[in-house]
Design a binder for this molecule. Structure first.
Ligand code: NAP
Length: 284
């Protein structure tokens, strides 16, 4: 009997995870199945679906919106990244325990450093957004040696809170990354040159761009939109227009975080390049 894995979310029909993990299993010769489970919109739906899946012999799950917080809450053990993010995107069921991880940050860092060959060590990084995706990537970016991080959000309070919350943790990362929060219109944001600008807002999903000044993007070595499959988003277009050297969407991050989960579950890391190539849509 093949081992069972799944992704759970609501809605879930759009998820690329079954395709990605199917390709990984094929390429690595792992005997497993991977399905999509809709946790529904009712209270308790996630917990019930999780228990049913475990009872049926499920070995692990990816977790997507809106269940990442509940996934962490139900875990017996969690890694630092998940705990600090306050959310988990991967679960492993082992020896009667639920283990939780958050691989979004590891996926982003690997996409930037390996696939896009952009160093994060010593980088000045601007992160737009202060939601779950931003929370998941701050610590991993600090841990690979970013020099400075500015979290900027439409609702400035949330960015300030996030910076305050993460400051003690990124200060203990090897290189003592400096972190601050701001609103989009802050002088600090307009005046500072950033080498890497990451759009971790959901603005691109509705065809909008975070209202940041051109100067925040001009001269960036990389402008990265975590949203994927939307082509040249308004954020990426703005970056291109003001001379950012390189633009990328989040398909590499998606595939890399999936590969981290696959390796955690199966002890073998699949080659991500061919999968990214199959899923990537042109940025036009
Ligand atoms: P979330 O928790 O709902 O947070 C949404 C964030 O976007 C908030 O900071 C919000 O600002 C901001 N926002 C929404 N609309 C905006 C607009 N029109 N202009 C400016 N800011 C806006 O969502 P999330 O989980 O962090 O996800 C964010 C995005 O990352 C999503 O599009 C998701 O698809 C993507 N993502 C991609 C991957 C990947 O693997 N590639 C992984 C995770 C997430 P306020 O606080 O002011 O409301």
């Amino acid at each position: 009997m093949p081992d069972r894995y799944a992704v759970i979310g609501h809605p879930i029909a759009h998820s690329q995870s079954p395709r990605i993990h199917g390709l990984f299993a094929q390429a690595t010769g792992q005997d497993l199945t991977y399905e999509a489970i809709d946790g529904g919109g009712q209270p308790g739906g996630f917990a019930r679906a999780l228990e049913n899946f475990r009872a049926a012999g499920g070995r692990g799950m990816n977790v997507t919106l809106p269940f990442k917080l509940e996934a962490l809450a139900c875990a017996d053990d969690a890694n630092d990244t998940a705990r600090l993010a306050g959310a988990a995107n991967a679960l492993r069921f082992e020896a009667g325990r639920i283990q939780a991880c958050n691989f979004d940050g590891a996926g982003l860092v690997r996409d930037i450093m390996v696939n896009l060959s952009m160093p994060l060590a010593g980088a000045d990084v601007l992160i737009l957004g202060a939601g779950g995706a931003a929370r998941g990537v701050i610590l991993p970016i600090a841990q690979v040696g970013a020099r400075r991080m500015l979290i900027a959000n439409r609702t400035a309070d949330k960015a300030w809170q996030l910076a305050t919350e993460f400051a003690p943790h990124v200060a203990t990362a090897d290189n003592c990354c400096a972190i601050a929060g701001a609103g989009f219109d802050a002088v600090e944001l307009a005046g500072a040159p950033f080498s890497i600008v990451i759009n971790a807002t959901s603005a691109s999903l509705s065809g909008a761009a975070p209202a940041i000044p051109d100067r925040a993007l001009a001269g960036a070595r990389l402008a990265y939109d975590m949203v994927y499959g939307k082509g040249l988003t308004p954020f990426l277009r703005q970056a291109q227009n003001v001379g950012a050297q390189r633009i990328a969407d989040g398909i590499g991050m998606l595939v890399e975080q999936a590969a981290e989960a696959f390796a955690w579950w199966r002890g073998i890391r699949p080659d991500t390049g061919p999968v990214i190539e199959q899923l990537a849509k042109p940025l036009v």
